[in-house]
Design a binder for this molecule. Structure first.
Ligand code: ADP
Ligand code: MG
Length: 593
């Protein structure tokens, strides 16, 4: 046999292992969830690849997970028939940290003050494969990829900075395909190697795994067995004149071991929504998207008719930072299934517009081909219809948050995803009607709390026809602008657009409930209080003054006019009707610098 090769862990892995082994004591249970989820991922990958390459299944057609316990020796074995790993994949996957969940965990640890001791974190994130070392002193991973004709064994120990890889040579240990983990439990954790314990953990943690999970359980059945008749009894019967002989039997329990299905493999989105609780939805969300916070809202629906699909969508409770920014999202937020087969989480862009890229969820279609590609998706009429429905459902879900009993919910949504809604005003004309009621702004009459356009409209004066706004860089400077004077005097509310994107968003909307948005800093602002007589008088009186000022300022201004829009300030710089507002000009300048 070729000797085992020795490898050193990447530094981060060593650090993580050290932490797991020495600092995290509670909530050890999660190791099983993590290992099962890896097995499930491996089965997903295989099932997906086998759609185009059925040969991959030839070594075994079973796609399942089996867990066996040996309580005398404190060993658990967990076997899947998934994609397995080649030698190189073992080194890449089990010696370095490239995986999102684990990276997130490390970051959260860094952020949390009380790093080493916060064992709760591990429960929230899981740290993937390495959580095996919460309970193990030694782990063997024996794995066979269909791409390789050899089976390899990775072996690692709890307090070691290196691991080994060797070829599997024991014929008794060969598997047709997939991965078998042999978990040698620490002395204090041998209790996990009990069939009932494992069964309980599986039902607790793995209810959303869509492959069957079998556990090895002791079973029993009762059976009647003949007993030889007691001779004394026989004589007695004869004396009593009972001639007909009764056969005597007794009941015994026959014991044996067998696999028992431990989970319900029907995906949650296929269940009847009446039978699924909010907790179930939230649990599914956290498990599927590696999240530790509950979502703000969820929506489970199916569509019928022209295009059939089922979906569960979620609004996260905080915006993701970093890699999936608003302009260039790459989020893996939508998991696409075709007939229950996981296809990809790379198609968010095809199923949702980018301003809704924060929405997470699963979509399962019966109408798409299993070997669906980005090109197919982009051309597909079915996908266009799906996209439309998904977007509508997403808006219904968001609208639901505005009606939540807890007012903070929408405040939270707006704080995290308000920008996305404004981007929607710019990028999705078709859905203006759905986006506009979700917008929130400060105003001259509400500087502390944002208001909705509906609230604005309700508060309009009877003679008021337009929705007034002023764009500025802050509430304070908006409040102090001279343009506001006349409107404040008349008690007319003015929206304060203080986010750079606000003005462009509003200009794209143009109107709300047939009321136009009007910038109060534009020259032709008409408050419906024109007094032509008086204006004529004023023009006559100050005409020469205006000409003189225009001459002095030259090209710096387009014109100098007498205005009725001020009440206390002597003059104001207004923008031309067709020009940029001062705010836009400021923004454009900032852009070109
Ligand atoms: P993650 O699951 O987030 O990718 P893990 O630490 O749980 O991170 O697993 C690391 C990697 O090891 C996986 O991405 C996968 O490539 C590989 N792996 C782990 N378990 C298995 C398995 N049972 N079968 C095949 N590959 C596996
Ligand atoms: Mg994992």
């Amino acid at each position: 046999t070729p000797p085992a090769e020795k490898f050193e862990y990447q530094a981060e892995v060593s650090r993580l292992m050290d932490l797991i082994v020495n600092s995290l004591y509670s909530n050890k249970d999660v190791f099983l969830r993590e290992l099962i989820s890896n097995a499930s991922d491996a089965l997903d990958k295989l099932r997906f690849l086998s759609v185009t390459d059925p040969q991959l299944l030839k070594d075994t057609y079973d796609l399942d997970i089996r867990i066996q316990t040996d309580k005398d020796n404190g060993i658990i074995t967990l076997t899947d028939t998934g994609i397995g790993m080649t030698h190189n994949e073992i080194v890449d996957c089990l010696g370095t940290i490239a995986q999102s969940g684990t990276a997130k965990f490390l970051k959260a640890l860094k952020d949390s003050k009380d790093a080493g001791t916060d064992s709760n974190l591990i429960g929230q994130f899981g740290v993937g494969f390495y959580s095996a070392f919460l309970v193990c002193e030694r782990v063997e991973v024996s794995t066979k990829s269909p791409k390789s004709d050899k089976q390899y064994v990775w072996e690692g120990e709890a307090n070691s900075s290196s691991y080994t890889i060797r070829e599997e040579t024991d014929p008794a240990k060969l598997i047709p395909r997939g991965t078998r983990l042999t978990l040698h439990l620490k002395r204090d954790d041998k209790g996990f190697a009990h069939p009932e314990k494992i069964q309980k953990l599986v039902t607790n943690y793995s209810q959303f795994v869509s492959f069957p999970i079998y556990t090895w359980q002791e079973k029993g059945y009762t059976k009647e067995v003949d007993v030889d008749e007691d001779p004394a009894e026989a004589i007695k019967d004869e004396q009593d004149g009972k001639t007909e002989k009764k056969k005597k039997t007794k009941t015994v329990v026959e014991r044996y071991w067998d696999w028992e299905l431990a989970n319900d493999t029907q995906p949650i989105w296929l269940r009847n929504s009446k039978e699924v609780t909010t907790e179930d939805y939230n649990e599914f969300y956290k498990k599927t998207f590696n999240e530790y916070l509950e979502p703000l809202a969820s929506s489970h629906f199916s569509t019928e008719g022209e295009v059939e699909f089922k979906s569960i969508l979620y609004v996260p409770s905080i915006a993701a930072t970093g890699k999936d920014d608003i302009v260039n999202p790459k989020t893996k937020n939508i998991r696409l299934y075709v007939k229950r087969v996981f296809i990809s989480d790379d198609f968010d862009g095809e199923l949702f517009p980018r301003y809704l890229s924060f929405v997470k969820g699963v979509v399962d279609s019966n109408d798409l081909p299993l070997n669906v590609s980005r090109e197919i998706l982009q051309e597909s009429r079915i996908v266009r219809i799906m996209r439309k429905r998904l977007v509508r459902k997403a808006f219904d879900m968001i609208l639901g948050i505005t009606m939540s009993e807890n007012r903070d919910d929408y405040a939270r949504f707006w704080e995290n995803f308000g920008k996305h809604m404004k981007l929607g005003c710019i990028e999705d004309r078709e859905n203006h009607k759905r986006i506009a009621p979700l917008l929130r702004f400060f105003s001259s009459q509400s500087e502390e709390d944002v208001i909705s356009l509906d609230e604005y409209v309700e508060n309009m004066k009877t003679e008021q026809k337009d929705i007034y706004y002023i764009a500025s860089d802050s509430v304070t400077s908006a409040r102090n602008t001279p343009f506001l004077e006349k409107l404040v005097e008349k008690d007319i509310e003015v929206l304060f657009l203080v986010d750079p994107i606000d003005e462009v968003a509003i200009q794209n909307l143009k109107s709300y409930k047939e009321k136009n948005f009007v910038d109060i800093s534009k020259e032709d602002l008409d408050l419906g209080d024109k007094n032509e007589e008086k204006e004529k008088e004023m023009k006559q009186e100050f005409g020469q003054t205006c000409d003189w000022i225009k001459k002095r300022l030259g090209d710096k201004v387009a014109s100098v006019q007498v205005s009725n829009r001020l009440s206390t300030s002597p003059c104001v710089l207004a923008s031309g009707k067709f020009g940029w507002s001062a705010n836009m000009e400021r923004l454009m300048k900032a852009q070109t610098v």
